[in-house]
Design a protein around this ligand. Structure first.
Ligand SMILES: [Zn+2]
Length: 433
């Protein structure tokens, strides 16, 4: 009897037990919900990181359909493709006083995210606004450190990076992109990186430089000027010129206009190329420090005598005339840095001796301390046409010996060149202090 009763009640007891179990399970699940969410968030983060990498990789293959949500940064500084935050201010900056770093990568985050799926209508797809250009026939100037691209998109290849602002011919414009001509090629620059529009191709309306001034160009930075003008003369040129010119103003003594310079003993690398490489780096460094810089040449194939180079510096009112050279000796063990200026008895410009000697000492000491190279000396001589014709403080820097295997190797090394450049710039700073 008793057993029968239990058997009859059993299903109800079981039912109640199951209900309790279910209730306990539900409560337990709610109690766990927090850690559960965290786990999900972590998973999301991993997924988004992976997406980021994929986006960056896609960018390198220039997938034109690619959105720009991820903001891969160009590998300009060797930092690799990373999702580094944008350096620049977005174009939507309302007061227009933004000072983006200039690299067009800074614009990528502000690309229209409205490039969403086109509405499935029968109307033809309109041309994207960045591809509609208003025709122009004038000139623009750019900020420093801007990319010129093959197409109106940061997804397209970079033609070149302009380290310093340049005046360029403009053929087309829209709010996003400006079409320009660079070295006879059509390129595009992000419009917010344009600093001004001009009627003339150069500042004075003439072709840059006269016949005697070759490729002389004046460069100023966008930053605050420190009020000093420096002329940089990259020594020599592709072909020397053996025609003669007076050794100094009024001199009957004649000297070859310009020689072709030396070359590396091991590599054969010509001095005139090395001189220009370092000079262009120096130009950029000085501009960054607020100097106005005049270059006697910015290409190798010019025809500029040493007296003409001194005239460029004088005409520009240069307060320091820095002539960049490399040395050579038949004794391949000789190495080290030296600078050159006139003697205190110079027939043409002895009044510049004190300041030129000061400049020569400052540049020599700072190049030596910044490179660790051997310090030779300041050579005082009146045999240099480009010094004798100078009308302001002048020095020739002999950066090192291309006839010495170790020094030649260093001189052709990018990092070592940068050390020389910082040394020269520090020397110039010291000179003006
Ligand atoms: Zn030289």
């Amino acid at each position: 009897m008793f057993n029968n009763k239990i058997l009859k009640v059993m299903p109800y007891i079981l039912g109640v037990l199951i209900l309790i179990l279910v209730a306990v399970m539900i409560i337990t699940k709610f109690g766990d919900s927090k850690p559960g969410q965290e786990t999900e968030m972590k998973t999301d983060k991993v997924v988004s990181d992976l997406v980021g990498e994929d986006e960056a990789q896609k960018d390198t293959v220039n997938d034109p359909s690619e959105g720009t949500a991820a903001s891969p940064v160009q590998d300009d500084d060797g930092a690799g493709l990373g999702l580094i935050p944008d350096k620049g201010t977005p174009e939507t900056d309302p007061d227009g006083t933004d000072k983006p770093m200039g690299d067009t990568a800074s614009t990528e985050g502000s690309e229209p995210e409205t490039v969403t799926e086109p509405a499935p209508t029968a109307t033809p797809t309109p041309v994207p606004e960045e591809l509609v250009f208003e025709d122009k026939d004038d000139y623009i100037e750019t900020k420093n450190d801007v990319n010129l691209r093959v197409g109106p998109s940061t997804d397209t290849d970079i033609v070149t990076n302009l380290k310093t602002g340049k005046r360029l011919k403009r053929t087309g414009y829209n709010e996003k992109w400006t079409r320009i001509i660079y070295e006879e090629k059509e390129c595009y620059i992000y419009t917010p990186l344009v600093t001004g529009v001009f009627e003339e191709p150069t500042e004075d309306g003439n072709a840059t430089g006269g016949k005697s001034s070759g490729t002389a160009t004046l460069s100023t930075g966008v930053g605050t000027s420190n009020g000093h003008i420096v002329c940089i003369d990259p020594g020599h040129q592709t072909n020397g010129n053996n025609d003669k010119e007076p050794l100094g103003p009024g001199s009957s003594e004649m000297k070859a206009k310009v020689s072709s310079g030396t070359s590396g003993n091991t590599t054969g690398h010509p001095e005139y190329k090395l001189n220009l490489t370092v000079s262009l780096k120096l130009r950029d460094e000085l501009i960054a420090r607020g100097y106005t810089v005049v270059m006697t040449r910015e290409i190798n194939d010019v025809n500029l005598s040493n007296a003409e180079r001194a005239k460029i510096a004088a005409d520009a009112g240069a307060q320091a005339f820095i002539r960049i050279h490399a040395n050579s000796s038949t004794d391949t063990s000789v190495n080290g840095v030296e600078t050159i200026c006139m003697t205190s008895d110079n027939k043409y410009n002895a009044d510049l001796y004190t300041s030129s000697r000061k400049l020569s000492d400052a540049v020599l000491n700072n190049v030596v301390s910044n490179t660790g190279a051997k310090k030779r000396y300041v050579w005082e001589t009146d045999t240099m046409t480009g010094i004798n014709w100078a009308e302001g403080p002048v020095t020739i820097l002999e950066m090192g010996y291309m006839s010495n295997k170790d020094e030649e190797e260093k001189l052709l090394d990018d990092d070592y060149q940068n050390k020389i450049v910082i040394g020269i710039a520090n020397g110039i700073d010291e000179f003006f202090k």
